[in-house]
Structures are given as structure tokens and as C-alpha cells.
Design a protein. Structure first.
Length: 322
């Protein structure tokens, strides 16, 4: 009885800690917005607000998939180059006369397949996620360059372009897609057995396996979802710029990991939420946009992003020790 009470109290404390951290991030986001509004009046214009939302949508798709991977205690370093491969392959099937559906299906299919390859090596062969996804990152990058011969695919259909450049009710379509991804991610992690299994695997994989959880299958599903979300980012990005570039998503995986860490996702696994990812992507979006509006050098922007990652990890480590 005492053990059960201790475990329940621990769960309550962890939940309160995570919620406080997420609320703190939203608070920092508000403070940053107010500061930028005073420093750069153009920041609050409706055009800029929509631009920020459109920009964070691409990395937002990847971050939601990355969140699930990190919760299981894994990592996916191939997500960025997968964006480029799916952008190029999807665009190749979206020329005028072909509509948009084939470009979307081909792009998402390739993303799901590459995610399944990652999941197979990690879940069924037991290889370290870092090594596996680092290897597939190089392989996918090479495959994208071989497929396109290093040239972007252009001349896309109007229907396909609308996915990334169109508007619905005055809001960019990529933002609506991001909203659907947020709803889907929240539903999967919070209201399904799959979500409970994902947290269980990240919390203690051995205990999850002993409890009857099919660890291998659920791990593989996580990587398939991560690949699909990255592919979605590639398809939308290709539609937005009217070209499928094989190097379009270079280093996007680092932005996605940054968003997850800022949002309270522990790199040790077992902790994280879509709500935290939303907070992280909003904060990173306004910080990046603000630095751009104030003409901060891209080199300094990299330093700021790197510092944010280190500070977020330090805060996470300190919180766990407390």
C-alpha cells in the first residue's frame, strides 16, 4: 500500500512539474512577443504573424513525429534529409495534368517506408537509434541526389502548389495541416493504447515488455509515423516553393529536436507532450522571426539556437535531480 501511494505521489509530482514547465514556456513566449513588438513594430503585423505560423508549420510536422520517437528513448537524425527526398519524389508526380493526389501519396509512402527501415533496425535488430538514423541519413541523402541528379524538380501542378501556398478562410493551408497534425498527435498519445505503450516503453522498456506490451511492433510504428510526418513536411515544402529540392530539409531534424527539448520532452525518454511541442515551436518561431526582422546574422542565430538547446537540457536534468 505504501509503495502504491509512493508511486502515485511520484506520478502526480512529475505531472505537475511537466505542466509548470509547459506553462513557463508559454509565459516566456508571451514575454518574447511583447519585447519584439516594442523592438520591431512590423512583428505584430498580420502578414508577419501568418508568416511565422507558415514557417513553424514545416518543422512542426517533423517535431510531432520526433516527439514520439524521443519519448520511446530514441532519436531520428534522418528526418531532415527525408524531407528533401520526399519533396523531390512527390514533386516528380505532381506535374500539370497529374493533379496533386499522386504527388502526396508517393511522398508520404516513401517517408513511411524509410521510417519502417529505421524502425526495423532499431526495434527488431536492437541497433542504437543514433547509429541507425545517422547511417540512413547519409543513405537517404545520397538517394535523393542520385534520383534528382542534384537538380530540383520544378513545373508543378496548380492543385499541388495550393497545398503549400494556398489559403483557407484567410489562413495558410500549411497551418490548417499543422492543426490537424496536432490533433492527431494528441489523440494518439493521450487517448489510445498505442500512446500508453509509447510512454511505457520510454519509461522502462523492460517493465513494458514484461507487462505484455509488444515493444518491437510499437517502436516500429513510432518510426513509421516519424517518417510519415517528415514526408508530409517535404510535400508541403515542395508545394510552398513550387520545387522539390533534394536538399530542402537539411538540418531540419535539429530544429525539430530543439522544439521538443524546449517543450519539455526528455531526451532520456518517457516524458513529453504535444502541448509542450506546440509551446516549443511557437517560442522558436518568434525568436527566429524576431532575429530575422532585426537583421541578426544567421551565424548568431545558430549560436542562439544551440544555446537554447543546452539550457533546455540543463533545466531538464536539474528538474529530474530535484
Amino acid at each position: 500500500m505504501n509503495v502504491e501511494n509512493t508511486l502515485n505521489n511520484k506520478k502526480i509530482i512529475n505531472s505537475l512539474t511537466n505542466n509548470m514547465r509547459e506553462y513557463a514556456i508559454f509565459g516566456v513566449f508571451i514575454i518574447v512577443c511583447i519585447a519584439l513588438a516594442f523592438a520591431e513594430p512590423a512583428f505584430t503585423s498580420s502578414t508577419n504573424v501568418l508568416n511565422v505560423l507558415r514557417q513553424i508549420s514545416i518543422t512542426g510536422y517533423i517535431a510531432i513525429g520526433m516527439l514520439m520517437v524521443i519519448i520511446t528513448g530514441g532519436i531520428d537524425l534522418s528526418a531532415g534529409v527525408l524531407v528533401g527526398l520526399c519533396a523531390a519524389s512527390g514533386a516528380a508526380f505532381a506535374h500539370p495534368g497529374q493533379g496533386a493526389i499522386w504527388g502526396i501519396l508517393v511522398g508520404l509512402g516513401i517517408g513511411a517506408f524509410c521510417g519502417a527501415v529505421n524502425g526495423f533496425f532499431v526495434a527488431y535488430l536492437g541497433l542504437p537509434p543514433f547509429i541507425v538514423t545517422l547511417g540512413t541519413k547519409l543513405a537517404i541523402s545520397g538517394a535523393a541526389l542520385v534520383y534528382t541528379k542534384g537538380h530540383p524538380t520544378t513545373g508543378l501542378s496548380d492543385e499541388f502548389i495550393k497545398i503549400g501556398a494556398g489559403f483557407l478562410l484567410g489562413i495558410p493551408i500549411p497551418v490548417w495541416i499543422l492543426l490537424l497534425c496536432i490533433i492527431l498527435g494528441t489523440f494518439l498519445l493521450n487517448y489510445t493504447k498505442f500512446g500508453r505503450y509509447v510512454y511505457a516503453i520510454g519509461g522502462n522498456e523492460t517493465s513494458a515488455r514484461v507487462s505484455g506490451v509488444n515493444v518491437k511492433l510499437n517502436k516500429m510504428l513510432v518510426y513509421i509515423l516519424a517518417g510519415t510526418f517528415a514526408a508530409l513536411a517535404g510535400v508541403v515544402l515542395a508545394a510552398r516553393v513550387n520545387a522539390g529540392s533534394p536538399v530542402a530539409g537539411l538540418n531540419y531534424e535539429m530544429d525539430a529536436i530543439t522544439i521538443c527539448v524546449i517543450g519539455g520532452t526528455s531526451l532520456m525518454g518517457g516524458t513529453g507532450s504535444v502541448r509542450g511541442v506546440v509551446a516549443g515551436m511557437l517560442l522558436m518561431g518568434v525568436v527566429t522571426n524576431g532575429m530575422t526582422l532585426m537583421n541578426v546574422s544567421s551565424y548568431w542565430q545558430l549560436i542562439v539556437k544551440g544555446s537554447i538547446i543546452v539550457l533546455a537540457v540543463l533545466f531538464d536534468t536539474y528538474s529530474k535531480k530535484r
